[in-house]
Design a protein around this ligand. Structure first.
Ligand code: NDP
Ligand code: PYR
Ligand code: MG
Length: 620
């Protein structure tokens, strides 16, 4: 931590606030926000020196603290004797204590808060616990719980965990970036909070998603946590609840106009390039128009990608490839209906289209496989409204004789083999729609199975539940959801006994960590379409025989780190093929001589793995 970390400004704001009554809180906040706009530090932040630190100072630094795993020598050398209980504990024992505490907490938010404190105290232990219990804990540090955390972020706030940059501080962006304790962050997740999961505009509270995604960069791909940088750009909010909440931490104003935010964004991206030229930037949960606009604007000038458009596109393609194999409906006969034509819907449709064209279809033939539905019905050129730019590519002409206003009408007309939901609308895959999907697949021949992907997050926004999907398709649907559902065991009454159905989690967590890691390690100057497509392809090939046998289309979540490694390896190679890798050519030639073995061992040598007890015996 630095002596001039943003913590110091937060503390001074807190002390101002403690002296005023709630009634004048807003006024003081306004003062503070304008005041910050003038701040410009020209000195470098100071850092504690690990070799000099000792005693409590050492214990209070989450990246140095080992809890009770310090060896006797370390305790003596760092003046820790007496400051912690005499016992020496392995990480396993400490993990067991943490899990006991998590399990004893009554609600997911309470569990999240415990984990969050652990992260603030002992980073290695936090990641060890999360990695060793990823099936149980990922839903806490990520969707669905992170959605609730974002909704309540301002109330839950206890300590800084990100860079909070408001549009009023735009003249100080470089200073703020330099204030970040890590001098060379490698990956940043930035949001403006305008479309957080399916929860809409959450303003500055959306920062929880940047924090959550970066925790997964570490847990699921092994990026050193000290090299991660969560950022929220506060451009105001149109969320009335936030604007009325006395505890809301963001600007109390409506969102600035799109052109004003564009200037701010340009300044931000320029500052990022100046201060952290090698950092990869992941755009996250920007509302539709901005998501597409910023990706187009910066993709050829900055190391960046959009997770909702590209990461989601890649993860759905990665699962779709396996789903088609399991469905019994040949690729060329597949017909896809998408409910939702936003950043994720269009991003996914484009990625799947790319797959079709690489399989020999013309662009037109590939595009004809997709029917996109939005709040006004089937997206067509001539339905009487002004189509948003991003919808035009997939707009159809089917409604010359008839209008298709509802999903039911579209399914009846298209007779799809696959139904994809990216609407943020709970329950919009109704019983009739799911039964109609199954019916249209059955009509094609025996043994065929429908593909059903209700991908919206969090669970409260899922288009249907796993139970409904199984019930209404007689257990036939090949199912993937954005947030995790539990397996279902049904007693069929047959001789073979109960049947267990396994859901898949079709979430970009299977792509962004490996894509980011690959881009970082390849020193990619851009994140190209080829890198994104390759991530999808690699993901589809990363399943074990056991997973394939179980009918899964994504690796089990316990293997997400292995899958990320495969994705990162192939993304690195794609970066080289596209000529955007800044690694020396001799390095690539040397790796090539050894096949993938050398590249894999290079990746493994670069990733963070929280220490085991044996490692803890080593030097600090
Ligand atoms: N599983 C995963 O990995 C990911 C999941 N998502 C999820 O996808 C969802 C959408 O995200 P995103 O695309 O960025 O959001 P957008 O706001 O960009 O798009 C939402 C789309 O859904 C349409 N829509 C909303 N309600 C309905 C309805 N009742 N009937 C038909 N169409 C409807 C909207 O229509 P209109 O255009 O007319 O407003 C719009 O086209 C979110 O819940 C998000 O969490 C996103 C990224 C990754
Ligand atoms: C998963 C994700 O990125 C989203 O729901 O927006
Ligand atoms: Mg997202």
């Amino acid at each position: 931590m630095t002596s001039s970390h943003p913590l110091s400004t937060t503390t001074s704001l807190a002390s101002i606030e403690s002296r005023v009554q709630a009634a004048s809180l807003d006024q003081h906040r306004g003062y503070a926000q304008n005041h910050y706009a003038e701040v410009h530090q020209d000195h470098e932040p100071e850092y504690f020196d690990k070799t000099m630190a000792s005693g409590y100072q050492f214990l209070r630094e989450p990246q140095w603290n080992k809890g009770l795993a310090f060896t006797p020598d370390q305790r003596i050398n760092k003046n820790l004797t007496g400051l912690i209980p005499h016992t020496i504990e392995s990480y396993q024992t400490q993990c067991a204590r943490a899990m006991k505490m998590i399990q004893s907490r009554p609600t997911p938010i309470d569990k999240y808060l415990y984990l969050s404190s652990l992260k603030a105290e002992n980073i290695d232990l936090f990641y060890r616990v999360v990695m060793d219990n990823i099936r149980e804990l990922m839903p806490l540090v990520y969707t669905p719980t992170i959605g609730d955390v974002c909704l309540q972020y301002s109330s839950l706030y206890t300590r800084p965990e990100a860079l909070y940059i408001s549009i009023k501080q735009r003249r100080s962006i470089r200073t703020m970036l330099r204030n970040w304790p890590c001098k060379k962050p490698e990956i940043c997740v930035v949001t403006d909070g305008s479309r957080i999961l399916g929860l809409g505009d959450l303003g500055i509270n959306g920062v929880g998603i940047s924090i959550g995604k970066l925790a997964l960069y570490t847990a699921a791909a092994g990026i050193d946590p000290s090299k991660t940088l969560p950022i929220v750009l506060d451009c105001g909010t149109d969320n009335e609840t936030n604007l009325q909440d006395p505890l809301y931490l963001g600007l109390r104003q409506r969102r600035v106009p799109v052109d004003v935010q564009q200037e701010f964004m340009d300044e931000f991206m320029d500052a990022v390039k100046d201060v952290f030229p090698e950092m990869v930037v992941q755009f996250e949960d920007f509302e539709t128009e901005k998501a597409f606009k910023y990706l187009d604007r910066y993709r050829n000038t900055h190391r960046c990608f959009n997770d909702d458009v590209q990461g989601t596109g890649a993860v759905v393609l990665g699962g779709y490839i396996g789903a088609v194999e399991n469905s019994g409906v040949p690729l060329e006969e597949q017909r896809l209906v998408f409910m939702g034509a936003g950043s994720a819907g269009v991003g996914v449709a484009k990625q799947l289209m790319e797959y079709y064209t690489r399989r020999g279809l013309t662009t037109q033939e590939a595009r004809d496989k997709f029917w996109l539905v939005d709040t006004k019905g089937l997206v067509t050129h001539d339905r009487g409204d002004r189509l948003a730019e991003h919808k035009k590519y997939f707009a159809r002409t089917d409604n010359r004789e008839r209008q298709f206003r509802t999903l039911e009408e579209v399914i009846e007309y298209v007779k799809p083999s696959a139904l994809v939901g990216l609407t943020a609308t709970f329950g919009c895959f109704t019983e009739p729609t799911i039964r109609a999907l199954k019916w249209s697949v059955d009509a094609g021949g025996a043994g065929r199975r429908p593909i059903l992907f209700p991908l919206s997050n969090p669970l409260t926004k899922a288009e249907c539940t796993f139970e409904q999907a199984m019930e209404w398709t007689d257990g036939q649907a090949i199912f993937a959801s954005g947030s995790p559902f539990s397996p279902i065991t049904k007693n069929t009454g047959g001789e073979s006994g109960p049947v267990t159905y396994l859901p898949n989690q079709g979430n970009n967590v299977y792509v962004f960590p490996g894509l980011g890691l690959g881009a970082i390690l390849a020193k990619a100057t851009r994140v190209t379409d080829e890198m994104v497509y390759t991530a999808a392809d690699a993901l589809s090939k990363s399943l074990t025989a056991d997973e394939l046998h179980a009918g899964l289309i994504y690796p089990r979540i316990e293997r997400v780190r292995e899958a990320s490694l495969v994705v990162a390896r192939e993304v690195m190679k794609a970066a080289r093929r596209d000529g955007v890798s800044d690694l020396p050519e001799e390095q690539w030639v040397e790796w090539e001589e050894w096949g993938d073995v050398a590249l894999v061992s290079f990746i493994k040598s670069q990733v963070y793995d929280p220490v085991s007890f044996a490692d803890a015996k080593g030097r600090l």
